[in-house]
Design a protein around this ligand. Structure first.
Ligand code: ADP
Ligand code: MG
Length: 240
């Protein structure tokens, strides 16, 4: 579904991604791991057109992602993103946050958007919190609203950039639980995370990024237990 070929990206003279090749199949869950500064966020941002890239290509079901093209709006509707900081609208309730995209981007009627938003919020365990504003919710609840907001766009894939890194440790589990449920339902997901237990148990494949290159990739069980790459062995010792 997502095909990345020889992707290269730099900021000015600073090369951040070099010759990245990766494919993500529909229904697959892929964890993207690697040291800070290795280019994980940049790679996600390139996939949904938030960043321009200089070399190679990214296609989503054959449609080229190109930050200049008119197709970018379409790509962003099909590939949603969930960030480390939840980025909710502070003056809107949970329900209004989830309805925002369907109403303003997809021109859905208020009735239709509201009905689906309620169902989705219930599915992430927030049936009782729909009328709450972000500052009345815990970090874990806010992140679940952010996931609900992504789901409301009925995306083909969701990219997660360290979705639990900003959370207090006791709130991490509820967010990973929602993500695990999505994975089981067959959602295509690319997840940047330092949660190795989640990577091992939920993801099909792991990509290890080091200095803007994919240093190792393969089935999670294999790559996480017997990494060949020395830098990856080092990395795993530090995060687990
Ligand atoms: P990661 O998410 O793996 O920590 P990033 O993709 O955020 O890594 O960053 C990769 C590299 O690109 C880092 O060296 C970072 O400083 C640089 N970088 C990221 N965003 C920008 C930007 N907007 N302008 C210039 N350099 C950037
Ligand atoms: Mg990052």
């Amino acid at each position: 579904m997502i095909k990345i070929e020889q992707l290269s990206k730099s900021y000015g003279s600073h090369q951040v991604l070099t010759n990245i090749d990766a494919e993500i199949q529909r229904g697959e869950v892929v964890c993207l791991i690697g040291p800070s500064g290795s280019g994980k966020s940049t790679m996600l941002r390139c996939i949904n057109g938030l960043e321009q890239y200089q070399g190679g290509s990214i296609t989503i079901d054959g449609v080229r992602v190109d930050a200049n093209a008119a197709s970018i709006r379409q790509i962003r509707q099909r590939v949603a993103m969930v960030f480390q900081r939840f980025n909710l609208f502070p003056h809107r309730t949970a329900l209004e946050n989830v309805m925002e995209g369907p109403v303003h981007v997809k021109n859905e009627s208020l009735a239709e958007a509201s009905e689906r938003a309620r169902d989705i919020l219930a599915s992430v365990g927030l049936a009782e919190k729909m009328a709450h504003y972000p500052n009345q919710l815990s970090g874990g609840q806010q992140q679940r609203v952010a996931i609900a907001r992504a789901l409301a766009m009925q995306p083909d894939a969701i990219l997660f950039d360290e979705p639990t890194s900003a959370l207090d440790p006791e709130l991490v589990g509820e967010v990973l639980g929602v993500m695990r449920k999505l994975a089981e339902k067959g959602m295509t997901m690319v997840v940047v995370t330092h949660e190795m237990k989640f990577a091992r148990e939920v993801s099909d494949r792991v990509l290890f990024l080091d200095g803007g290159r994919i240093a190792e990739q393969g089935p999670s069980a294999q790559v996480l237990t017997q990494p060949r790459n020395e830098r990856m062995q080092d990395f795993l010792r530090r995060v687990t």
